[in-house]
Write a protein that binds this ligand. Sequence first.
Ligand SMILES: [Zn+2]
Length: 330
Amino acid sequence: MDSVPVKTENVTLCLACQSGAGCPSVGEIAGQDGRVYELLKCFLCGSGFVYPRPSSKELSAFYAEYFGLCKTNIVDLGDRESIIRSNQAVIEDGVEFLSIILNKTGRKKNYKYLDVGCGHGFSVVAGNSLGLISSGIDLDESSVALGVETLGLNLTCEDFQSALDAKSDLQLVTMWQVLEHIEDFEDGIKSVRSALDSDGVFAGTVPNYSGIYARMRGLKWYMICPPEHLNFFSEKGLRACFERNGFEVVFLGTTLKTAAPLIQWGLRSKIESLRVRGHLGDSMAGFIRRMITLGKRYLVYLPLNALIYLFNLGGNSTFFIVRKKSSKES
Ligand SMILES: [Zn+2]
């Protein structure tokens, strides 16, 4: 790394808890864009931030060329049935997350739901299956095109801030692993609030910087990948962000679904491509796929999750469900 070292002595204000306790650098990271970033960590809440902060122009340029973490290992093999079948586990996870949200917040059907950063729209598929009036937005044109044209979903390709600013009657907004990407997440949270109806719900996940994987891996944690990821929230820091912006926390922490990191072997896509080429029968492919899902669920995730739970270690991601407070406290 031969870049000029970044200057961080003056950074005192934590972007998550906004305390002025100070955010000293915990090290340098080589970014995916070839720049060198520093990771600053708040003394008080333990949240981390990439510094310097890239501009929105720089981020757009980066995303225009970068095939990110979130896009890999998604199966696109032609027809709707094939895509739904080979991503069944992702959709099931979506149904489970949305069901938890609905159970904890008490509002159910005919519910206007928007998934921000929807990608191909699997959470929108999950929302539709639960009877929600579901839509999604994402900046990635090819993902949105697949969701609209092949999966028949209500997705649009637009900037989330302008999309949210045009709405005020949503009952549920989700952001699955999105807030860590946003340079000005404070503004993003404010936009979500204004797009929600009077007791609307905002839910999602972010990488958990106070969890066991982040602590074990330090700067080598796979989630630390600027400029794709810019914000690393501790549970305490994330809670402070929501409370400051007019939300009350319904749930914030580790669930069985968010304890272990996502482990992807790419086996489902291989099986599906074998099936499409006629090397595997439909029922055999279905059987193997199901065995992989169940095997991962019970032999990999369950033991990991149980350990994390038992020892209260903090998971790989934080799941949050917050509800809009009727009037913002000042
Ligand atoms: Zn802080």
